[in-house]
Design a protein around this ligand. Structure first.
Ligand code: NDP
Length: 310
């Protein structure tokens, strides 16, 4: 019997994914929803934010692959099929994310925003460079992406600390875990990098009280999800100088509306949610491997736990 993989995304190229997956999955028909002949032949959905009710038509579904690393828009749905859910998590995605985080942290550690401002005023502004070991960088979330970034930051010589839910060990990174350690962690982060998934536990985690625990003049980087942070409180902290600089790739509303006060702050760098993206050339192999594992009756890799939320 033919097996069908249905692709759904409004952002990713079907042609590119199909061209990469076809040679890796002989015997599997790869198509978009409007090209499905027999809904019962659909065993795999590779999708990003399919519409509500999408899965009901595929009664023989065996695997749902989230076309990205963040699963918050998926796991909260009430129409999820009772099949394993996996997500894309490949090293190239980690490297791309780490390069963004390194850029943001190095920019602050080397005082680049101060030189950008001085240059606008044609002002020679000498600030003696700091040793990276004197800069405490806190990484919230030590998963696939967070641990990669933390290790890269450690390689640059920063004093790197990481926070996660369960206990972790990473070379040259001081790892702590659990809510009881969060406040102290925030208080010792000169640069805070948010790399947590959005779950019911992390939603609004960085509220006004917790942001106030950051050392005065600290820098803030968010590359995971906007709703983890109270954006009004963050804006106020940036306006008052409690937080001196921020690099923000994600927001509680995207696109960030033109009237949002964050746009007007000259101590904020805004990028439109692109710190890292799934790279089909490398991720296709991982998707194909998981489908083959499923066909052999083996457990799939990078499985998401909907109850845990990530
Ligand atoms: P993972 O699921 O691999 O890791 C999540 C990490 O967060 C783990 O270390 C986990 O702890 C920790 N964590 C989760 N919940 C809690 C909690 N309540 N308290 C403390 N720690 C917690 O995620 P990734 O590293 O792959 O990705 C992180 C996020 O980055 C994604 O969820 C997504 O939202 C975002 N993202 C953003 C992109 C962008 O372009 N801006 C692109 C791709 C992803 P433990 O290790 O103990 O499980």
């Amino acid at each position: 019997m033919t097996s069908t993989l249905v692709f759904y995304s409004e952002h990713d190229s079907f042609e590119e994914w199909s061209a990469l997956l076809t040679p890796l999955l002989p015997g599997v028909r790869i198509c978009q929803p409007h090209d499905v002949n027999d809904p019962d032949s659909v065993h795999v959905v590779l999708g990003w934010k399919p519409p509500q009710g999408f899965f009901a038509q595929y009664q023989q579904l065996k695997l749902l692959v989230n076309l990205g690393a963040g699963v918050d828009s998926l796991v909260g749905r009430d129409d999820l099929p009772a099949v394993p859910i996996t997500r894309i998590s490949d090293p190239d995605m980690g490297r791309m994310m780490a390069s963004y985080v390194l850029f943001a942290v190095l920019r602050y550690a080397r005082d680049i925003p101060a030189f950008e401002r001085a240059q606008c005023e044609r002002r020679w502004h000498y600030l003696h460079p700091r040793l990276p070991s004197s800069v405490r960088v806190g990484v919230l979330g030590l998963g696939e992406l967070g641990s990669y970034a933390a290790l890269e930051l450690a390689r640059q010589g920063f004093d790197v600390r990481g926070w996660s839910r369960s206990e972790k060990q990473l070379d040259n990174v001081t790892c702590v875990n659990g809510m009881a350690r969060l406040d102290g962690f925030l208080g010792s982060s000169d640069i805070l990098v948010v790399m947590l998934p959005l779950t019911p536990q992390t939603h609004g985690l960085l509220n006004a009280e917790r942001l106030a625990l950051l050392p005065k003049g600290s820098c803030f980087v968010n590359v995971s999800r906007g709703a983890i942070v109270d954006q009004h409180a963050l804006t106020a902290a940036l306006a008052s100088g409690q937080i001196s600089e921020a690099t923000l790739d994600v927001f509680d509303r995207e696109p960030l509306p033109p009237e949002d006060p964050l746009w007007a702050l000259d101590n904020v760098l805004i990028t439109p949610h692109l710190a890292s993206v799934a790279i089909p050339a490398t991720a296709a192999q991982q998707v194909a491997d998981n489908i083959q594992r499923l066909n052999r009756g083996e457990p799939v890799l990078n499985q998401v736990d909907p109850a845990r939320g990530y």
